[in-house]
Structures are given as structure tokens and as C-alpha cells.
Design a protein around this ligand. Structure first.
Ligand code: IPM
Ligand code: MN
Length: 352
């Protein structure tokens, strides 16, 4: 019997709906070709709904998402809503509410032509960042003391638990084994300054690594990591890091793989429901123009397929993206592709 996957679709704001539509087009084509079915349900969580109703995403709505096999997300962020409300109220609330404690961000250069670095080729830029996705500075802990006064103090706490750190590290080690490329895991931190949080990370890393003797380990401070991304990205295989460092280094990583037009990620709960998204934002200035690059969303859809167990389809989607990106598109940038958003989606379907 054909498998049917239940997919919750959250197109979101700005160009989110446009890129999600192309992802769904590819999903339909892949399901036909690889013999599975999918049933999508659309959810309008985002800025427009918030402006109309004052609602971000409710606890009941989060609970409802647990009955799906996976979530496909476009983008969250609306120019008429104060920064932070939708990001915290929808994106982070969903990540936390579904305990998606890993943010998995593959960084792969598909063609030299897309790389802003001199003399770097696809074999030099091929690594994965495993970002802790449920703790650290993102916990939102802290306080103001004497707010608004001249002696004001603002405190923002990085909250790291042994259990939270350990499950992230174990995921990274196991991912590195499964990936089976160079079998090297780099811990990216700041042990020289953040002597509480990173002491816990380093100690846990040193303990946990004994269970994975086939994985080579390494450590790099986060500032140095940004330097190596530019100078020697070929040194990396899998990187594991905390929530804020992972956020920052993956924007830089996205640029060296060709930009936000191609960078995708997954918010993973290994035992629950995971959510896949292009890592770029809602890009409101391109909204409705049919110029945004949908490949990042299509790559996210590919990761979703891999996650639900359709590995063959996932590989085919990635192969098609590579073919289209390297043989058709003039550039990966919005408005510079030589094709419209919908045409790029069609090309991926044709090459599947
Ligand atoms: C990301 C984004 C989010 C984050 C924002 C929108 C809250 O930058 O997915 O990387 O900081 O995690
Ligand atoms: Mn980010």
C-alpha cells in the first residue's frame, strides 16, 4: 500500500507563500514519481493573521501540529509587526513547543560560480552545522533592573542544561557517523570567555566522544570559526554549537554556499514532528513579484522527504536542484536568476 504523509504547511509572510508553492509543486511531482502520497493542510500563522486577530500561534494550535508527519514552513516576519513578536510568538514557540531541539543546516556549494570566495570549489564547501535549538540565549531568560533609569542593567541569560547539551552532542556524533564523509566533529564555542556555559559543553563533549571512537573531534572558538569559513572551509565536516552561535555562523555559511536563495534547514525533533524551512527571511521587498529564488524552500522540502523516510525522493530533489542551479540559472539571487520563481519550480519538476 502507498504511504501517505500528512504535511502541515505554514507559508507564513512575505515571499514565504511563493516559495512554499514551488516546494509543494515539487512534492507532488516527487510523490508521483516515487510512489507515495501526501496530504497537506494549510495554516495561516503569520503577520497578516496576527494583525487581524492579535494571535501568533496558540498552545492548542501547537498541540494540533503534533498529529502531522512533518511541517513545511515558508518564512515568518512582517514589516508592519514589531520585530520579535512573530519570531518569538510563532517560530520559536513552535520550535520549543514541539521540542525541535536540533537545527540542522547543511552547507554545500553546488558550483564555484555561486561562491563569493576566491578559489573555492564544491569539494571545499561541504559541511553541516548542528545547532542546538531549544536552549542557550534563546530561552529568553533575563531581566531589566531599573529600566529606563541612568543606572539601568539588562541581563540576558544563556541557559544550558546537561541534558540539553548532551542530547545535542549525541545527535551530532550520530549524524557525523551516518553522514560517513570525513567523520570529523568540530565543537564550536567560546571556552575562553563564556566559562560557565562552555565549560559544560566542553566537559560533556569530552565525555560523550568516548562513545563514538570512530569520530575524530576538534574544537574551534566561534570567532575563529568565522575566519575559517572564509579561509579554509574545507576543514569542516560536521560542526556542533549552541543556539546563538549556530544562528550567527549559519548566515555566514549560507553566503559561502551561494546565499539565502539556496540555504535550507530543518528543526528536528528526532522522536517527534520536525519542521523544514528555507533559512532566509520573508523578504517583503520581493513579495508578489515572482522573482524570489525558491530553491532554498525546495531544498527544505528535500530535507523533509529525507526525514519522513523517502530518501530516494529526497536525493532526486537535491540532484534536480543541483542540475537546475548549475546548468540553467544565471545567478541564485532574487531577480537575477534569468527565470521567474514559478519557472524555477517548473525546471526542478522537469529535471526530477
Ligand atoms: C533563523 C532565524 C531565527 C533565529 C529568527 C527569525 C528568530 O534567524 O532561523 O536563523 O534566530 O533562529
Ligand atoms: Mn538566523
Amino acid at each position: 500500500m502507498k504511504k501517505t504523509y500528512k504535511i502541515a504547511v505554514m507559508p507564513g509572510d512575505g515571499t514565504g507563500p511563493e516559495v512554499v508553492a514551488e516546494g509543494l509543486k515539487v512534492l507532488k511531482a516527487a510523490s508521483k514519481k516515487f510512489g507515495f502520497d501526501s496530504k497537506e493542510e494549510m495554516f495561516d500563522y503569520g503577520g497578516d493573521r496576527y494583525l487581524k486577530t492579535g494571535k501568533t500561534i496558540t498552545d492548542e494550535e501547537i498541540a494540533n501540529l503534533k498529529k502531522f508527519d512533518a511541517i513545511f514552513l515558508g518564512a515568518i516576519g512582517h514589516p508592519d509587526v514589531k520585530p520579535g513578536i512573530l519570531e518569538q510568538g510563532i517560530l520559536l514557540k513552535t520550535r520549543f513547543g514541539l521540542d525541535q531541539y536540533i537545527n540542522l543546516r547543511p552547507v554545500k556549494l553546488y558550483s564555484d560560480a555561486f561562491c563569493p570566495l576566491k578559489d573555492k570549489k564544491p569539494s571545499d564547501i561541504d559541511f553541516v552545522v548542528v545547532r542546538e535549538n531549544s536552549e542557550g540565549l534563546y530561552k529568553g531568560m533575563g531581566e531589566f533592573v531599573d529600566k529606563g533609569k541612568s543606572d539601568e542593567v539588562a541581563i540576558q541569560i544563556s541557559h544550558n542544561t546537561r541534558k540539553g547539551v548532551e542530547r545535542c552532542l549525541r545527535y551530532a556524533f550520530e549524524f557525523c557517523q551516518k553522514r560517513n564523509k570525513r567523520k570529523k566533529l568540530t565543537l564550536c564555542g567560546k571556552t575562553n570567555v563564556l566559562t560557565f556555559a562552555w565549560d559544560l559543553w566542553q566537559r560533556t563533549f569530552d565525555e560523550v566522544k568516548k562513545d563514538y571512537p570512530d569520530v575524530k573531534t576538534d574544537y574551534a572558538h566561534v570567532d575563529a570559526t568565522t575566519m575559517w569559513f572564509v579561509k579554509n572551509p574545507e576543514w569542516f565536516d560536521v560542526i556542533v554549537t549552541d543556539n546563538i552561535f549556530g544562528d550567527i555562523i549559519t548566515d555566514l555559511a549560507a553566503m559561502i554556499q551561494g546565499g539565502m536563495g539556496i540555504a535550507a534547514g530543518g528543526n528536528i525533533n528526532p522522536k517527534g514532528v520536525s519542521m523544514f524551512e528555507p533559512i532566509g527571511g520573508s523578504a517583503p521587498k520581493y513579495m508578489g513579484k515572482n522573482v524570489i529564488n525558491p530553491l532554498a524552500a525546495i531544498c527544505a522540502l528535500g530535507m523533509l522527504l529525507d526525514n519522513v523516510g523517502e530518501e530516494k525522493a529526497a536525493r532526486a530533489v537535491e540532484d534536480s536542484v543541483i542540475k537546475v542551479a548549475t546548468t540553467k540559472l544565471k545567478s541564485l539571487g532574487a531577480g537575477k536568476m534569468g527565470y521567474s520563481t514559478t519557472e524555477v519550480g517548473d525546471l526542478v519538476v522537469e529535471n526530477l
